[in-house]
Ligand binder design. Structure first.
Ligand SMILES: [Zn+2]
Length: 108
């Protein structure tokens, strides 16, 4: 797990945001990776996927923690007005993290 954390850190510092497609597939923008990175990803793919999935549920938890305590964001979720400056970035990250799970987003 520690190696995966280090790989992920390195990727993010290089501006690369790997995405989990499903339990066995990871999407990484091609062309920007060095050979070392590609090799590291390939040899630790399972750990990376596990890590990213845990990351996404942490994001969702953070979003929900704010959303349900914030009247602005609750109203915005129902179509009235805009999310507050705290809730808006959380919402964007949350949405991009769970776009594969549309039902979840709609019920939020
Ligand atoms: Zn808010």
């Amino acid at each position: 797990m520690t190696i995966a954390v280090r790989i992920l850190d390195e990727l993010r510092q290089a501006g690369i945001q790997p995405e989990v497609l499903d339990e066995n597939r990871l999407a990484v923008p091609a062309g920007v990776l060095t050979d070392d990175m590609r090799h590291a990803i390939r040899s630790h793919k399972a750990e990376l996927i596990e890590l990213l999935m845990a990351d996404q549920s942490a994001l969702a938890a953070r979003y929900y923690a704010h959303h349900f305590g914030c009247s602005h964001c609750i109203a915005a979720g129902r179509g009235y007005g805009n999310r507050c400056p705290v809730g808006l970035p959380l919402w964007h990250v949350f949405q991009s993290g769970v776009h594969a799970d549309k039902q979840h987003v709609q019920s939020a």
